[in-house]
Design a protein around this ligand. Structure first.
Ligand code: CTP
Length: 217
């Protein structure tokens, strides 16, 4: 696949789910992997829509990148939905919160008892929703962060979410995953190919992922 002129939606970063006006549930994703991907896909001549959760990383070479800033999983879902029909490629690198507080308190919650419980309700799985409506010419790429039985779990996500390829990283690998400048990934695709890559910078990993899309689809 030649990326020139293609429309590519990329999700990146964490999501924040408010508990009250000052607190939220979030995660340690920096957004770096998705931003590196957006920069490189843009560099290849695609039109990039980067749907970005709260991230402090600066975006360079933003010429081909339209950035849509969001905070919650629901906002990310709404932003992606606007482009899901038009997109040629979707790369879902965001670490989306699977749950959100059932109620957002209007005022700052005061401390009271020794324990406290927050009821959570499930967020939509953005990637799975887009997978359900996927058109034959669209390419969908997911990420999977695993701690055990990595290949089996990644393969089952690939099938369950109707993906063309999935980029798996294992927390068992030193230097992989969140809060690192490096990553070590294995790519699985719908043709049952599996390719392992060495530990590299996230920029180099972004190049490998884009190269894989260009070569295999
Ligand atoms: N994802 C998403 N929306 C969600 C949750 C996940 O778009 N609400 C996307 C991520 O961006 C990633 C992929 O789905 O590309 C993998 O997410 P993950 O949370 O690891 O998979 P799950 O299917 O939720 O499986 P589990 O939590 O059991 O590991």
């Amino acid at each position: 696949m030649n990326l020139e002129g293609k429309i590519c939606v990329i999700t990146a970063g964490p999501t924040y789910e408010a508990i009250d006006p000052v607190r939220f549930i979030g995660n340690r994703s920096s957004g770096r992997m998705g931003i590196e991907l957006a920069e490189f896909v843009g560099h290849r001549g695609a039109q990039v829509i980067l749907v970005l959760g709260p991230s402090s990383i600066k975006i360079n070479n933003s010429e081909h990148i339209r950035v849509i800033r969001v905070e919650t999983a629901e906002q990310m879902y709404q932003a992606v939905s606007e482009y899901s029909d038009a997109m040629d490629i979707g790369i879902f690198a965001a670490a989306v919160s699977d749950y959100r507080p059932a109620v957002i308190a209007g005022q700052k919650i005061k401390k009271s008892g020794d324990t406290m419980t927050i009821e959570l309700i499930k967020n939509k799985d953005i990637l799975a929703e887009v997978g359900k409506r996927k058109k034959p010419n669209q390419i969908l790429v997911g990420f999977a962060l695993e701690t055990n039985d990595e290949i089996e779990h990644a393969k089952s996500k690939l099938d369950r979410k109707n993906l063309d390829m999935i980029v798996m990283n294992s927390l068992r690998d030193e230097g992989a995953g969140f809060q690192h400048l490096t990553n070590k990934v294995t790519i699985l695709d719908r043709h049952n190919n599996i390719q392992k890559f060495e530990l590299k910078t996230k920029r180099e990993v972004a190049h490998d992922i884009v190269q894989y899309i260009e070569d295999k689809f």
